[in-house]
Design a binder for this molecule. Structure first.
Ligand code: AMP
Ligand code: MG
Length: 274
């Protein structure tokens, strides 16, 4: 079974142990080594995707990262997106919407950030915030929030139809792990910049967030854009798992080097004669 199939949500989030390492046969140190082993293949497939994009192939890949504070969205970007050529990756971090963004439909800013042909897009938070924090804090009328699940499914299916592959990851941590990581941020002056006092207010709403995630995972896991629950208590496993999901998706594209649009032999002769 692929890791993608193994990590599909089934039942309650509470039943998934954030310290578990499904699909990985080894310990935490080995997970770190395993990521190193797949970096080469990841980088090669990303380059093929990019090369094909230059010659008219409309395919692209979108990695959506969601999770509570400290779940490791930034860490995954560093280790997984960092494993490939940065020229081929478009990273977008979605913050609290600006006044202009709020004056449009919630998918307006998302649509603008979709990866171009040949690119890997990474969303650090995403349109799901519009059914997560917005639901938890009642930032939009409930009727509007309820409308959004189907709107998201349609939007994602249209992206898939146009050549997009979507990989959605929920980085799953528990409250104890979050507490440890918050405490560690405060202990280390070099990590203070990551700490925001307001994060504790969101932590206090853990139950409401879990419920909102549960609803989103249930209503927005479709065949073309399934969710994955990535146990994220162990950072090396988390990084390996997301990298492997990306690798599986890239392998499924059956990428080859594009055929040159010029006559290679003729060009060799021209270069030899320079
Ligand atoms: P961070 O990812 O830690 O830099 O924080 C970004 C903040 O922006 C988080 O608190 C998000 O919940 C918030 N945010 C992102 N998207 C939205 C949205 N659509 N509506 C409200 N808040 C959002
Ligand atoms: Mg944060």
């Amino acid at each position: 079974m692929s890791l993608s199939e193994l990590l599909r949500p089934s039942g309650a989030l509470a039943d998934v142990d954030p310290q578990s390492m499904p699909g990985f046969d080894g310990d935490v140190a080995e997970a770190k080594a395993a990521l190193k082993q797949i970096r080469g293949e990841l980088a090669e497939l990303q380059e093929k995707l990019y090369a094909n994009g230059l010659s008219g192939d409309n395919r692209s890949v979108l990695l959506v990262l969601q999770g509570m504070d400290t779940s490791g969205k930034g860490g995954v970007i560093e280790k997984v997106a960092g494993a490939v050529n940065p020229q081929g990756v478009d990273i977008t971090s979605f913050k609290k919407p600006s006044d202009e963004e709020l004056s449009h439909d919630f998918l307006w800013r998302i649509n603008k950030a979709l990866p171009q042909a040949g690119k890997i897009g990474v969303f650090d938070r995403s349109h799901y915030e519009d059914v997560l924090i917005v639901r938890v804090h009642g930032l939009a009328p409930i009727g509007e929030i309820e409308r959004r699940y189907a709107a998201i499914n349609e939007f994602e299916s249209a992206y898939a139809e146009s050549g997009g592959t979507i990989i959605k990851c929920f980085l799953h941590v528990d409250q104890d792990t979050q507490k440890e990581r918050l405490a560690a941020r405060l202990e280390d002056p070099e990590k203070h910049y990551k700490y925001r006092p307001g994060d504790l207010d969101e932590r206090a709403l853990w139950g409401a967030y879990t419920e909102a995630y549960q609803i989103a995972l249930e209503r927005c896991s479709t065949d073309v854009a399934p969710w994955h629950v990535v146990p994220s208590g162990h950072k090396p496993y988390r990084n390996w798992a997301v990298a492997t999901l990306l690798l599986e998706a890239l392998r499924d594209l059956k990428l080859d080097w594009p055929t040159p649009s010029f006559d290679v032999e003729a060009e060799k002769k021209r270069v030899a004669g320079l």
